[in-house]
Structures are given as C-alpha cells and as structure tokens.
Design a protein around this ligand. Structure first.
Ligand code: ATP
Ligand code: MG
Length: 333
C-alpha cells in the first residue's frame, strides 16, 4: 500500500504553533491525535476537549487547516478553478459491482465525497454497502483501489458471511477481504459520533479508502422520537454529517451513508422521497441515489446531482451482491 503505516511526524499536534504538551495531551485524550483530526473536528468539540472558548477553538481549527494546506493535503479556501480541476484529478472511483449503477454515477462511488443511498426497507442499501467493502479491495483498474474499508453498523445488520459469499462469487479470497474490513458497531447516536471522531485512527494505518455508515439517521430517529426536540436532533445530526464529510475530504476517501425512507406508493417521481430525519443528510451528501424495488429487480436513480443526468439504472441482488440483471429483464423492467 502506498499509505504509510505510521502517522507521519509532520502531522504531530505539537508542530502547530501554540500547541504545547498540555494542550496536546488534552486533545489526545479527546481522541484528537493528529493535525488531520484537529482539522476535521468541530470547533465545539475542540473547545470541550481543551476547555477553551469557542473563538480560540476556531483559531486552533483554522491553524490545523492552514497547516494541511501547506502540506498539500487540503485545498486552500481560495483556489483557481483550473488548479481545482487538477486537484480533483486525485478523486478516485470504486465500482459498486453493477455496471449500470456505475454508469449512473459516472464510473462508481467517488472519493473526496459523500454518497447517500436512500430507499425503503429491502431496497438494497445494505447490500450495496456490503458489496462495496469487497469491491474497494480490488486493484486499481479492476474497479477497486486496493484499499481497506470501515463499516459503521448502527442497526446490527452487518454480516461478514454475506461479504464472504460476495467475495467468493467474485473470485476473491474471502478471508483476505474480511481481514481488511474494520467494523464498528454503534449502539446509540453519541457512540456513533464518537466512532466518526475516531476514524482518523484507522484510516491511514489501515489504508482505508471507503467508510460506510449504515444507517446515518436510525439512532437519531429512534432516540428523539416524540421528544419534541426536533431542532436539537437536526443540529446534532448536522454537526455529525459535516464531520463525516470533512473526513472524506481531508483523507480523500469515499463516504457512503444509507437512509431508510418510507415508500410512497402514490407518488411516482415528482418527490419520490421523504427521507425521515432527512433534509440534513440530503444537504450534506454530495450525491444522492434513490433505490426502489421493481419486481425482482431494483432501480437506482441519481437525484439532485450537480452534474449527473437524472435517470434510472436497473440492478439486482444475487450471490455477487449488487449485480446487473440479464439484458432481457432490464428491457422488460
Ligand atoms: P433496510 O432499510 O431494512 O435496512 P436495505 O435497503 O438495507 O433495507 P438490504 O438488506 O440491502 O435492504 O436488502 C435486502 C434484500 O437483499 C433482501 O430482500 C433480498 O432480496 C436481498 N438479498 C440479501 N441477501 C441476498 C443473497 N444472499 N442473495 C440474493 N439476494 C439477497
Ligand atoms: Mg439495511
């Protein structure tokens, strides 16, 4: 792997002016161990960790971002569009396992971005996530990035057996594939937030290029149910989703989140989706893909993309995980 196993010295917190041993220790105790973590943490979390006021925390956060810009790990606030185009060439893609969905996405799931799959129960959200964990490990040129994955499981639906089946059906070594997937079971929303804050600890050491969050909002939905505290829920969720997006940008990884929505049988496509808990996730996601069942098949649709066509892609679920249906059934739909 090109990614070095040791977090490099240039990312040590105390290389930042104004960060002494005491501050460094407090940050580390709060799980902020490198400049990358400091740049991705929210100012509120930094303020809590070091026990400083918000303006100081914002300053510290800015210093970390500046340093990353200097180190060429983050783009500056103002950047020439031509330079940005060059930088965006660093964006990689991971195949979903279905050529149809890959085409819909312009070649696969993007790094440096957050992709949201939403749809009703059984529409294939978790199956896509499982398949991606194997696909990302394929070599470059074969649909993958030769990289590891992190699976944050909030619903207890992660199944290593299923990944083994998918890997074998695709001619991969199941044991090897499983050994490069790090699983984190999040038991509640606070735990989920903590896990995302700690992602820095596993991303670089394990050569991770894909972080799955299945699902993004289930805990928030359940915990804040009927408490009349929708505003608080949305605020927490917003903070959390932005942290995940920053992580994707700073580490140039693909973040994939799922979101369950109720099917609305009487709507066709004007407004297919009412993602419960959802505007926050919708607004933070770079790309949104709506999944629905269509007989034995499934249909994916790219929604609200800044530069993709809005159209349907037909796929199916089988032993290979996500797969393309035989030509005929695609035509019949
Ligand atoms: P939820 O919102 O409940 O989490 P989901 O969108 O995550 O739903 P998935 O778990 O991705 O749904 O999809 C479940 C479907 O996947 C099953 O209904 C089944 O059709 C299909 N499936 C699961 N395992 C296999 C398999 N081994 N072979 C073929 N199809 C499978
Ligand atoms: Mg699921």
């Amino acid at each position: 792997m090109p990614d070095s196993p040791n977090p490099s010295e240039e990312l040590e917190l105390d290389t930042l002016p104004g960060v002494g041993p005491a501050t460094k220790q407090k940050l580390q105790e709060a799980g902020i161990s490198t400049i990358l973590d400091l740049a991705t943490a929210g100012p509120m979390d930094i303020a809590d960790a070091v026990d400083i006021d918000m303006s100081k925390a914002v300053e510290l956060n800015n210093k970390a971002r500046k340093k990353l810009v200097e180190l060429n790990r983050l783009e500056p606030d103002f950047i020439n569009a031509a330079d940005l185009l060059v930088k965006r060439k660093a964006i990689d893609r991971v195949s979903t396992g279905s050529k149809n969905i890959d085409d819909l996405l312009g070649g696969g799931i993007e790094t440096w971005a957050m992709t949201e799959f939403y749809g009703e129960f059984g529409s294939g959200k978790s199956q896509i996530c499982h398949t991606l964990c194997a696909m990302v490990q394929l070599p470059r040129g074969a649909g993958g990035l030769g990289a590891g994955a992190v699976y944050i499981d909030t619903e207890g639906t992660f199944r290593p057996e299923r990944i083994a089946e998918i890997a074998e059906a695709r001619g991969m070594d199941a044991d090897k594939i499983l050994s490069r997937i790090t699983v984190a079971r999040a038991y509640n929303s606070a735990h989920q937030e903590l896990i995302v804050k700690d992602l820095g600890k596993v991303i670089e050491p394990n050569g991770v290029k894909l972080v799955i969050l299945d699902s993004a909002v289930a805990h928030y939905r359940a915990e804040f149910l009927g408490r009349g505290t929708l505003a608080e829920r949305q605020q927490r969720l917003n903070r959390f989703m932005h942290q995940l997006l920053r992580t994707a940008e700073v580490y140039n990884i693909a973040a994939v989140v799922t979101n369950q929505v109720q099917a609305a049988p009487d709507t066709f496509f004007g407004d297919p989706s009412r993602p419960t808990g959802g505007h926050v996730v919708a607004h933070t996601s770079t790309y949104r893909v709506y999944l629905r069942k269509a007989g034995k098949n499934r249909v994916a649709r790219m929604v609200d993309s800044p530069y993709h066509q809005e159209r349907d892609a037909v796929f199916m679920l089988d032993e290979k995980g996500v797969d393309d249906p035989p030509e005929e059934s695609t035509r019949k739909k």
